[in-house]
Design a protein around this ligand. Structure first.
Ligand code: AMP
Length: 211
């Protein structure tokens, strides 16, 4: 990912990065949606890029994609490799390719570089952080790739409201708010990502006259 504004056109979608919880969450719908997304990616011939874990929703989306015949690339920092959760290493040893990188920062940059679009499933701080960093990079014009939020069981309703509130309060431009696509159905959200055309964005700060 370069930091040149709008250096690349909106790419065709062939690899999709999924950000999601290292925990499974407390509702069946979370696992079901993660599995549905993994299968859909495989059926549409889209490669999955993700955090390389075999735990929580990360493991669910990766396993579902692999079982449906898809390709899965994991990117994991060396500090997490070999760590164990419930007696098993956190990294997934059955995926198509596991890239081990030197830090969490490098991991995010590498996942962004590999991918043509991004989807956040329900998750915690790690997922929020990954989502907002990739949105910030879009807002700054460092890339023109589509970004979607899969709002399973209204999990993200408070976050979507916060984004609208930020617009109302003058901290977010409406056109930047619009960079975050959202939907409840994985297939429809993937369609939206596929059709997305990045707008030509103005400067990301408002001038005093606009406030
Ligand atoms: P969270 O949403 O806080 O559960 O964090 C999940 C996100 O952070 C994933 O998209 C991963 O990229 C990363 N992450 C957090 N914990 C792990 C872990 N134990 N193994 C691999 N990736 C992780």
């Amino acid at each position: 990912m370069t930091e040149n504004r709008h250096s690349e056109p909106t790419p065709d979608l062939s690899r999709v990065c999924v950000f999601c919880g290292a925990n499974p969450g407390g509702r069946d719908e979370y696992r079901e949606s993660a599995a549905r997304l993994g299968v859909l990616l495989a059926r549409r011939g889209l490669e999955l890029v993700y955090g390389g874990g075999n735990i929580g929703l990360m493991g669910v989306v990766a396993d579902a994609c692999l079982e449906a015949g898809g390709r899965v690339i994991g990117v994991i920092p060396e500090s997490l490799v070999g760590r164990e959760v419930a007696g098993a290493p956190v990294e997934h040893d059955g995926i198509t390719r596991l890239e081990i990188v030197d830090s969490m920062h490098t991991r995010k940059a590498r996942m962004a570089e590999l991918s043509d679009g991004f989807i956040a499933l329900p998750g915690g701080f790690g997922t929020f952080e990954e989502l907002f960093e990739i949105l910030t990079w879009a807002q700054l014009g460092f890339h023109r790739k589509p970004i979607g939020l899969l709002d399973v069981a209204d999990y993200y309703a408070p976050l979507l409201s916060l984004c609208d509130h930020a617009v109302a309060e003058g901290f977010l431009r409406p056109e930047h708010r619009a960079l975050l696509l959202d939907g409840k159905d994985p297939a429809a959200l993937l369609d939206d990502l596929t059709c997305f055309q990045s707008p030509d964005l103005k400067a990301w700060v408002r001038t005093e006259r606009e406030l």
